[in-house]
Design a protein around this ligand. Structure first.
Ligand code: GDP
Length: 198
């Protein structure tokens, strides 16, 4: 099967897991702290300029955004960004319920791409996501984003240190460096997604 990332197109936005499209076929979800570079990564992986921009329109930031690939039984899902300092407690709780339900119950979910800024990996919510993914036995692949902002040595250290800490959180998770700006690691990320969806 050859997946066509370039033909990815917006399907729908929903406020919670219960309103998601029919749970058939296979999908891979993207999660990360807001500003981690999730929209840029989705655009790089699908080789499109503004696919993930819809998720940025006001009111949609807390939504799950679904994109169809071809063949159209395959989907990419842009999960709500997290970690806004000023978000009210009620909204944080809603995010927690939304995410944990989606990760636990979504049958068509094959894996999670977790994005973390390579200069600031493993925030509290990142750790929470990893623990949920591990307990749901969900395949997880980490993109350490904006790697162009680090020199080679510090980038290698970030990779190694994060890998070590993963042993306690989600020992089966894989990890790589990624830069949307330089297109570093785009093929590697596509290979992981294609392997999961197959
Ligand atoms: P999101 O909130 O996780 O969707 O993050 P965005 O994709 O909107 O990116 C947040 C900010 O980081 C924007 O200013 C991007 O231009 C910047 N950014 C994203 N990816 C990269 C990258 O690979 N390298 C650099 N230098 N900046 C990036």
């Amino acid at each position: 099967m050859t997946l066509s990332y370039q033909t990815a197109h917006f399907l729908t936005s929903v406020p919670n897991y219960h309103l998601a499209p029919e749970d058939t076929g296979a999908e891979v979800a993207f999660a990360g702290r807001s500003n981690a570079g999730k929209s840029s990564a989705l655009n790089s992986i699908t080789a499109q300029k503004s696919l993930a921009r819809t998720s940025k329109t006001p009111g949609r930031t807390q939504q799950l955004n679904f994109f169809a690939l071809e063949p159209d039984r395959y989907r990419l899902v842009d999960l709500p960004g997290y970690g806004f300092a000023k978000v009210p407690q009620k909204m944080k709780q809603q995010w927690q319920t939304n995410m944990s339900e989606y990760l636990q119950y979504r049958q068509s979910l094959r894996g999670l791409i977790l994005l973390m800024d390579s200069r600031l990996p493993l925030t509290e919510y990142d750790q929470q996501m990893l623990v949920w993914c591990h307990s749901a036995q969900l395949s997880t692949h980490i993109l350490l984003t904006k790697s162009d902002k680090l020199k080679r040595g510090p980038a290698a250290n970030a990779l190694l240190n994060t890998k070590k800490k993963l042993l306690d959180l989600h020992p089966d998770a894989s990890i790589q460096l990624f830069s949307s700006l330089k297109k570093t690691g785009v093929d590697e990320a596509r290979q992981v997604i294609s392997r999961w969806l197959r």
